[in-house]
Design a binder for this molecule. Structure first.
Ligand code: GAL
Length: 434
């Protein structure tokens, strides 16, 4: 639930601002935090702040210490004695990352959950599957976890088997956004609810909920990292860039691509960014099955056609870690110029190591623990007859209907914050990354 309101600053803070003869000073983080804590009578931590260079505007994002509330405070020099508060309740899994499904839950000992994952080839899907299984088993459910080797027919028949063997709920991360819809029709006929996991299923009424990250925002975060890294807003350039995105059958790939291109296009149009290969259309930059080898061979062709004469590549937008690995492999074998900024997604161990040795610049972290816990929680809510928590009822139209969704938050990880985000949280150990 969102709530927006304005707060007039306390007298002491107004006096402080006015005291700065003539020029209105941006309030300090400490003062703003004090106002927030006074307003809510709770402790808060600063999550991020953004202050305009000329000091005319500022925004601080605070999260309450118990993680239940996010408050965004905006301030403008035009109205210096007023803060605008934008408050948003955050979903809290009471047991955090402990793996236990939080109360209230009425685990039906006999209930069985089918979990259909795309492939064991990528580290992330193994983590997702294991985590959902452990969560649900810990709560007393039986789990049928299947991986489909990135083969659509295998996935369809695995889902059909889940229906026929009497699963009470199915969780599916689809290989192909459209091809599992018939299997889901079968599930609906048998009265089995379906949760789409990470990837939305298209062209069916028979997907009940969707648990995911904001995939469009993932693309934006990747592109914005490049914009900041190259200083595109103040360096004159031009800078050379290439683009590698994901599997055309995976609907998320289009979200990553469009989020990124919406950020990059103005710079491409103004000539500050140049795609030397000329390949910008989704179909040209896609990577079938997200395979490292496919990304690598396309990158090799681009390097030999466009960069073997010593032209530098300044940035390579990659939509995820497996494609970033392919591009990095091709660069290592065929490229001799200065090393580009390379983006990724998933924080796979191999890629975090690359971030540490400088061969990849960043990865968007979509915490599989958060996603899996949220999904297991939603499954338990549905199976115990509750209305599941959702926080988006408008964005994910699958062609047949808007699928109610729960969106988790993605985070940019690079060499500066990997330790805070990945190690201090317990997601990885130092040993795994060394
Ligand atoms: C996407 C997913 C990404 C990435 C990719 C490759 O659908 O959202 O996080 O893992 O698949 O499997």
């Amino acid at each position: 639930m969102k709530k927006i309101f304005a707060v007039i600053l306390s007298i002491s803070l107004i006096m402080g601002l006015a005291a700065c003869a003539g020029k209105v000073e941006v309030p300090s983080k400490k003062d703003v935090q004090k106002e927030v804590e006074k307003e809510y009578d709770m402790d808060f931590d600063l999550d991020s702040k953004d202050i305009a260079e000329d000091g005319s505007e500022a925004e601080w994002v605070f999260i309450s210490e118990d993680g239940s509330l996010q408050v965004t405070v905006s301030w403008s020099a035009k109205d210096p004695d007023e803060f605008d508060f934008d408050e948003e309740e955050l979903a809290v899994l009471p047991d955090g990352n402990s793996g236990a499904i939080p109360d209230p839950i009425d685990a039906k000992g006999s209930a069985m959950v089918g979990v259909s994952m795309p492939t064991k080839d990528l580290q992330r899907w193994n983590q997702d599957g294991d985590r959902i299984k452990n969560d649900l088993e810990a709560a007393g459910y039986e789990v049928d976890l299947q991986y489909a080797a990135n083969d659509v027919y295998t996935q369809v028949s695995q889902i059909e088997n889940m229906v026929n063997s009497g699963c009470d709920l199915i969780i599916v991360a689809a290989i192909d956004s459209a091809s599992v819809s018939e299997a889901l029709d079968l599930a609906a006929q048998a009265g089995i609810p379906v949760i789409a996991y990470d990837r939305l299923v298209y062209g069916t009424d028979n997907v009940d909920y969707y648990v995911t990250f904001d995939q469009y925002q993932v693309g934006q975060l990747q592109a914005q990292y490049i914009v900041n890294y190259l200083g595109l807003d103040y360096n004159s350039g031009p800078f050379n860039i290439e683009i590698t995105t994901g599997d055309p059958d995976d609907n998320n790939a289009m979200f990553f691509y469009s989020g990124a291109m919406d950020v990059l296009n103005p710079y491409i149009e103004s000539g500050k960014l140049v795609v030397v290969s000329g390949q910008t259309d989704f179909t040209d930059v896609a990577t079938v099955s997200w395979k490292t080898e496919n990304a690598e061979s396309r990158a090799e062709s681009i390097i030999s056609a466009c960069y073997s004469d010593g032209t530098n590549i300044d940035a390579w937008l990659c939509s995820n870690d497996s494609t970033a690995l392919g591009v990095a492999n091709a660069l290592a074998s065929y490229y001799t110029g200065s090393y580009p900024v390379i983006t990724g997604q998933d924080c796979d161990i191999a890629n975090v190591k690359m971030i540490l040795d400088g061969t990849q610049s960043m990865s968007v972290f979509k915490d599989t623990i958060v996603l899996a816990d949220q999904t297991a929680y939603m499954a338990s809510q549905i199976l115990s007859g509750q209305t599941p928590d959702i926080n988006d009822t408008v964005t994910y139209n699958n062609g047949n209907k808007v699928v109610p969704a729960y969106l988790c938050e993605a985070i940019v990880v690079d060499a500066n914050n990997y330790s805070d985000i990945l190690i201090d949280s317990g997601y990885y150990t130092e040993d795994q990354l060394s």
